[in-house]
Design a protein around this ligand. Sequence first.
Ligand SMILES: Nc1nc2c(ncn2[C@@H]2O[C@H](COP(=O)(O)OP(=O)(O)O)[C@@H](O)[C@H]2O)c(=O)[nH]1
Ligand SMILES: [Mg+2]
Length: 195
Amino acid sequence: MSLKIGIAGPVGSGKTSLIEALTNMLKNEYKIGIVTNDIYTTEDANYLKRTLDLPDEQIIGVETGGCPHTAIRDDISMNQKAVIELEEKFDSDIVFVESGGDNLSATFSYELIDYYLYVIDVAQGADIPRKKGAGLLFSDLLIVNKTDLAPYVGVEIESMKNDVKENRKNKPYVFVSNKDESTLNEVKDWILALV
Ligand SMILES: Nc1nc2c(ncn2[C@@H]2O[C@H](COP(=O)(O)OP(=O)(O)O)[C@@H](O)[C@H]2O)c(=O)[nH]1
Ligand SMILES: [Mg+2]
């Protein structure tokens, strides 16, 4: 049995980059499997196969062909098949399942994953946390990515933190940037506490 972590969030928020960084941090100690979802291609899986030092077979690209939300929430069969393949072939310890990009309304079925992260980024604007949406409100960990870009897009991190805190209630969140590894360690530690 593996720990299955879903990763959802809008297109371009940094889901694939986060999987890349976390895999590099964890792959020496844990067997990692990755499932990506794209609507029309296997672009994300191809990217990860190129960049990660991981056997190609441990990365499976699912081409959902329709609404990406459906494939992680309603009819999860394509994703479940991929996860089971990784568990059976490689006895993976951790499987990351990246959702196709969404519009703030995606949620994972807990029949597919054990916990899920929801990734937004500061460059989409400081108002995203106030716009709510199930992933933002209810995901197991909210990640606000690309804090390094805040000065360039006129976003005040402190005020964004207040909005996030208010909307997340007691659920956890982290502000991160892949330019600052210490911030990604917070995500890694959160995952390690669950393994
Ligand atoms: N400046 C900056 N760029 C980032 C960061 N994280 C991801 N990116 C870039 O954002 C773009 C989209 O990232 P990607 O991981 O493909 O997003 P996805 O569509 O959610 O999977 C890529 O060009 C990444 O290099 C970050 O923390 N800071
Ligand atoms: Mg991606």
